[in-house]
Design a protein around this ligand. Structure first.
Ligand SMILES: [Zn+2]
Ligand SMILES: [Zn+2]
Length: 210
């Protein structure tokens, strides 16, 4: 069973339009059909002409379509919103980089992104990722620089906040990274008490607690 896809239906529509637009062509066909009736023109020749006509129209329409898709994928720079983006070996950046300055490298906050991830991020401005076990996403700051944003480990931050108010002991806070128990207060941050065994999870003392 043949099922027409939306692209196919589109194609049929466009071809119909093209054919109907051409009055000259319709005139020629009518003339030839009359000749065929009178036995003055070979029907098979006519059919072949039709086939060629349609196939050249199809390729024309397909070409137009693929051109349209090409320009779709030419993403605009999210910062200046006018220049296109270009992809280099180490980064995707604004074609007008000297003026606009927009660039995202394949390495964001120590997280390596593949081609697909980087393009998805540049397109949407958000990409879910995990950094060392910690859930978060890559986002833009106000200056369109990419950075890793921890998913608010709300429970942890809430507890740190409570700790600041002396409502819970630091030993009650579970580290979201190593899942170990207990935090210690340093001079600039609350950190996982397992720092000695290699966990570097910390929350700045002045971290905005969300
Ligand atoms: Zn730009
Ligand atoms: Zn830890």
């Amino acid at each position: 069973v043949l099922v027409a896809t939306p692209t196919g239906i589109n194609l049929i529509g466009t071809i119909k339009n093209e054919l109907l637009k051409s009055a000259e062509l319709t005139g020629q066909w009518e003339f030839k059909l009359r000749q065929i009736e009178k036995g003055e023109y070979d029907f098979r020749v006519f059919v072949n002409e039709m086939k060629q006509m349609v196939s050249s129209l199809v390729s024309q329409v397909v070409q137009e379509k693929s051109n349209a898709m090409q320009s779709d994928s030419n993403l605009k720079c999210p910062k200046c919103k006018t220049a296109e983006l270009v992809k280099g070996k180490t980064a995707v950046g604004c074609k007008n980089f000297s003026a606009c300055g927009f660039k995202v490298t394949f390495m964001v906050s120590g997280i390596e992104l593949n081609d697909e991830q980087l393009m998805a991020f540049v397109k949407t401005g958000n990409l879910k990722v995990k950094k060392d076990n910690i859930e978060g996403s890559i986002a833009f700051n106000n200056n369109y620089e990419a950075f890793f944003k921890e998913d608010a480990p709300k429970a942890v931050k809430a507890k740190v906040e409570k700790q600041v108010k002396k409502q819970v002991p630091l030993s009650d806070i579970i580290c979201p990274k190593c899942k170990g128990k207990g935090f210690i207060k340093g001079s600039t941050a609350f950190g996982c008490s397992n720092w000695k065994t290699g966990c570097d999870y910390r929350l700045p003392l002045d971290s905005q607690i969300v």
